[in-house]
Write a protein that binds this ligand. Structure first.
Ligand SMILES: Nc1ncnc2c1ncn2[C@@H]1O[C@H](COP(=O)(O)OP(=O)(O)OP(=O)(O)O)[C@@H](O)[C@H]1O
Length: 580
């Protein structure tokens, strides 16, 4: 009787209330089947059973050595000691990365070697060797069974062994697993596709793959293999490496010619981007973390000695005002925004003329010839009349290092002012979006189909970045910069911010030096937040001594141009008031 028929019959009997009993006759294939089942079971659980195999093989070796070479025990003992020492010292090369793993391997080697030496000399049945093997073996097995990385590796091996069935179920039949690597967060496999299939076929079946592998939704990432169109990389994350915010650390770069760190990718590498001579767009729904990303970028820019940062924040300065001490300009009304953009275009034209006279192709920023970045929070709020200026900057500003960094919720053509600015964005950062089509809106046409699934980002600060150095969709989480970090950073670099077109000073021209210090003081007073700028910050920003500073403040207050907001804090009464 065939096994399947037997099972069907047993089920029928059970439904009728009869407890089935199996009879095995000599003609049946069942004993064969049981042998196969046991063999399969032993193979499937080979990792868990490894301590049992080690125990009986050790006993067998002890028996054999005692019968054939009982005098070898000193050699066995010496080999054991050397092997244990080598394991401790060379463990990392053998994949034993953690000291505790090396210690465990050395302890097992010593235990087995010592037992074998005694068994070789006295016989494996010599008391208390059998008891020692049983108790010691059980104790040493516990860490093995409990080891998290081993269990993870076994789970992955089993999943990959079942890949042909999974592939059939999801319509990627014929695909094969080429290799797999297990890490702290999950595992990554390289999959070879059947002829004619591409990574787009795998991307289209992402949800089905998650279901077939039994992972949580959103746990599988698929990336194209840059060398083979018929291969792809599949990453399965058991735990989300971005589940917790990543704390911000003060940036180290001091030049805009160096990449700016924004956050971390899921493989724990730093997500950096170069902003020199590039326009950047940051998009995402309300609360997705746009201002957070802007803050991380501004914190890095104000630490650079060769870039001047201007800000436009038409939400009344809510987001950018804390940066005022380090910003060359801060516009919080539509009129101020137009003025700032107009000024930027004038600067751009001046540089273009200067470069063409000098025969220079690109503007290399230095402290005295700095780059200029205009940060625009909520681009859609800009008045229509701003489009001409933003377009001009976006189209012509690259060569002369005058660029835009814009943030907006949905960069539709209408929201971006019907101009060319949107298409001129070289760096695109997409935080969480509401709909799939918004992915293409922020990152560019065809990006959703290429796997940039920003609608699945599930926490603020998580983003995808598209830039020349980031051609594939990789999830990252931005550093979380606290408000207190913003205030401290803005103050810290206020005094050393470069000035656009600083006047050329003659060494002995004290008059000129006083004018420059006064310019800086006035700029700091004009850009001061509502609570005013502290005297210490004004000293730093202007470079004046305290007595000179107090004298000038008194003059300004007498002229009604500066107000003392509270004790020791001052600001210009009108942010549009020019010093001259
Ligand atoms: N990188 C991050 N890591 C963790 N949490 C973050 C991160 N960035 C932002 N958040 C959290 O998300 C909240 C909203 O962030 P943020 O104000 O930057 O969003 P937004 O997109 O600028 O919103 P809006 O459009 O309203 O200005 C913040 O209060 C912060 O707690």
């Amino acid at each position: 009787m065939k096994a399947r028929q037997m099972r069907r019959q047993a089920r029928k009997m059970s439904r009728n209330g009869i407890q089935p009993m199996m009879l095995i006759t000599s003609d049946d294939q069942l004993p064969d089947m049981i042998g196969v089942l046991i063999g399969r079971w032993l193979w499937r659980y080979r990792s868990e059973l490894a301590p049992v195999h080690a125990a009986y093989l050790t006993a067998l070796a002890g028996w054999l050595l005692h019968r054939t070479h009982p005098g070898w025990w000193p050699g066995i003992l010496a080999t054991t000691m050397v092997s244990a020492a080598l394991l401790v010292h060379l463990g990392p090369r053998l994949g034993l990365t953690r000291p505790i793993e090396r210690l465990y391997a050395a302890a097992v080697t010593t235990g087995i070697g010592a037992w074998l030496a005694v068994a070789t000399a006295n016989g494996q049945g010599h008391r208390p060797l059998p008891q020692l093997l049983l108790i010691g073996g059980t104790l040493l097995s516990v860490p093995w069974w409990a080891h998290r990385r081993r269990r993870a590796r076994v789970r992955v091996e089993r999943t990959l062994a079942a890949w042909p069935q999974v592939a059939d179920a999801i319509g990627l039949n014929g695909s094969r697993v080429m290799s797999a690597v297990v890490d702290a967060w999950g595992w990554t496999a390289r999959i070879a596709l059947r002829r004619g299939h591409t990574v787009a076929d795998a991307l289209g079946r992402l949800a089905a793959i998650e279901s077939a592998l039994g992972t949580r939704p959103g746990a599988v990432r698929i990336e194209a293999d840059r060398n083979r169109a018929d291969h792809f990389l599949m990453r399965v994350l058991h735990t989300d490496p971005h589940s917790r915010p990543v704390p911000w650390q003060a940036p180290e770069a001091r030049s805009i010619t160096q990449p700016i760190p924004l956050g971390v990718f899921e493989d724990a590498t730093t997500a950096t981007v170069l902003l020199l001579r590039r326009n950047a767009l940051v998009g995402g729904v309300v609360g997705s973390g746009k201002s957070g990303v802007l803050n991380v970028i501004i914190a890095a820019l104000v630490a650079c000695e060769d870039v001047v940062v201007w800000g436009i924040d038409l939400k009344g300065g809510m987001e950018l005002r804390p940066w005022a001490p380090s910003l060359g300009r801060l516009a919080t009304t539509p009129e101020q925004a137009i003025n700032v953009l107009k000024e930027a275009v004038t600067e751009l034209d001046r540089r273009a003329t200067e470069s063409s006279h000098a025969g220079a192709r690109v503007w290399e920023p230095t402290k005295s010839r700095s780059a200029l970045v205009i940060v625009i929070d909520e681009y859609a709020e800009l008045p229509d009349t701003a489009t001409a200026y933003t377009d001009s900057i976006a189209r012509r500003g690259r060569a002369v290092a005058v660029n835009l960094l814009a943030a907006t919720q949905r960069p539709t053509q209408k929201a971006m002012g019907h101009g060319a600015a949107r298409s001129q964005m070289d760096v695109r950062i997409s935080l969480r979006v509401r709909e799939r089509r918004d992915v293409d809106l922020i990152l560019g046409q065809g990006m959703y189909n290429a796997g940039w699934h920003a609608h699945t980002l599930d926490a603020p600060g998580k983003f995808f970045i598209s830039a020349p150095e980031h051609p594939t969709p990789k999830r990252a989480r931005a550093y979380l910069i606290e408000d207190s970090d913003v205030t401290t950073t803005a103050r810290r670099y206020a005094a050393q911010r470069p000035v656009l077109n600083p006047p050329q000073l003659a060494d002995d021209s004290i008059q000129d030096q006083q004018v420059t210090a006064e310019d800086r003081l006035w700029q700091a007073l004009r850009d001061a937040p509502e609570g005013g700028c502290a005297v210490l910050d004004l000293v730093k920003a202007s470079g004046m001594s305290r007595p000179t500073l107090y004298r000038r403040l008194t003059d300004f207050m007498n002229a009604g141009r500066v107000a003392q907001v509270r004790r020791g804090h001052y600001r210009a009464t009108s942010p549009n008031d020019d010093l001259a």
